[in-house]
Write a protein that binds this ligand. Structure first.
Ligand code: 3PG
Length: 390
């Protein structure tokens, strides 16, 4: 890890601006999933033990959504008072930050209430920076964004990584540069387009790549994988060129490409209450593939035997619907039970394993969605670049 972390600077007694992963699902004023909040706890505990005064800043993707519901959840997780202010700049914020006591946390409002955040406005970044003496970025989920709170503030304050960010960088870096082999990568999710760079990156380094989710439908509908009838299933058309390129690259690199083609779980639509498991060649016009069947799951699980490293990104089925989680759950257990170094990531996958109570079963449950994909695809992330080198 070539970037400084909170362990490398003196935070004792200081006001510390913490870029936090508070972009969490909020419905009717209630936090629906606390996985990202829990990832922040080691950094907050470290700061509190060192009598630092954390001031939390974050965005919410819904630019009208208040972060106020996060305060009571964090307060409960840490058993400490968390004060929320309904803005992130201005006189009230300045005064409260100035008077902040140790053993208290201050939480500021959704940064995206101000257009200057996404515009990476330096005056806005400077105002935020003036609240504290040190900046800690513990939000891996936004490392791919060039926004004021991520790349602007480090121009005005000593900027270091938090403990979750450190863990993510170290684990993901090792999986890219020096994975224990064989390296098995399982890619699920919806769109080939959003995963293509990731796939291409691992076609260079993995020994096996397995495809699941809607992406598997896209492959199975292609002539290289049997031109199967898909019924009413969702899949991408006009991607034959991309699939040929992937197949050719896999052959050239001797990468085993697995597209499970045994049984599937179908329903009448995304809201289906009934799961039917049938063979791929039994699909009828009204059937929608919403998960893999047990024989298809076994095709992926077999590939995990003897793996040195397993990377899983993207659910295998429609995990939002309880009837179509079995494939992803079975895979999660198989990965957790294996001896391999295991990295599980992507917004939906992380939320799913958290809900299944399994995030501690893996070496890394990455908090990031797009950031994790970009990092694993080989991109430099501006948020990481902005931090101080060791
Ligand atoms: C995420 O959830 O992937 C990050 O928090 C980034 O959110 P954004 O896509 O709204 O920038």
């Amino acid at each position: 890890m070539h970037k400084k972390t909170i362990r490398d600077i003196d935070v004792r007694g200081k006001r510390v601006l913490v870029r936090a992963p508070l972009n969490v699902p909020i419905e009717n004023g209630k936090v629906m999933d606390s996985f990202r909040l829990e990832s922040l706890l080691p950094t907050l505990r470290y700061l509190l033990i060192h009598k630092a005064k954390p001031i939390l800043i974050s965005h919410h993707s819904d630019e009208t959504n208040s972060l106020s519901p996060v305060a009571p959840v964090l307060a409960k997780l840490l058993d400490i008072s968390v004060e929320f202010i309904p803005d992130c700049i201005g006189e009230a914020v300045n005064q409260t930050a100035k008077n902040l006591q140790s053993d208290h946390i201050l939480l500021l409002e959704n940064l995206r209430f101000h257009a200057e955040e996404k515009a990476n406005d330096l005056a806005f970044a400077k105002q935020l920076a003036s609240l504290a003496e040190v900046y800690v970025d513990d939000d891996f989920t936004t490392m791919h964004r060039e926004h004021a709170s991520i790349v602007g503030i480090p121009k005005f304050l000593p900027a270091v990584a938090g403990l979750q960010v450190e863990k993510e960088i170290k684990s993901l870096r090792a999986a890219i540069d020096n994975p224990k082999r064989p390296l098995v990568v399982i890619i699920g999710g919806a769109k080939l387009e959003t995963k293509i760079e990731f796939l291409q990156a691992f076609l260079q380094t993995a020994q096996t790549i397995a495809i699941g989710g809607i992406m598997a439908n896209t492959f199975l509908a292609d002539r290289h994988f049997g031109a199967h009838t898909m019924g009413n299933s969702v899949y991408e058309k006009n991607v034959a060129d991309k699939i040929v390129a992937i197949v050719d690259e896999a052959k050239a690199r001797n990468v085993k490409l697995i597209v499970p083609d045994q049984d599937v779980a179908v329903g009448e639509g995304p809201e289906a209450k009934v799961r039917r498991e049938i063979m791929l060649n039994e699909i009828q016009a009204n059937d929608m593939i919403l998960d893999l069947g047990p024989k298809s799951i076994d095709q992926i699980k077999t590939a995990l035997i003897g793996a040195g490293t397993i990377i899983w990104n993207g659910p295998l089925g429609l995990t939002e619907n309880e009837h179509f989680r079995a494939g992803s759950l079975s895979l999660a257990h198989a990965i957790a039970d294996s001896e391999a170094t295991s990295l599980v990531g992507g917004g939906d996958t992380a939320a799913f394993i958290h809900q299944a109570g399994m995030d501690h079963a893996f070496d890394l449950a990455s908090t990031g969605g797009g950031a994790t994909l970009e990092f694993l695809s080989g991109h430099n992330l501006p948020g990481i670049d902005a931090l101080q080198d060791k």
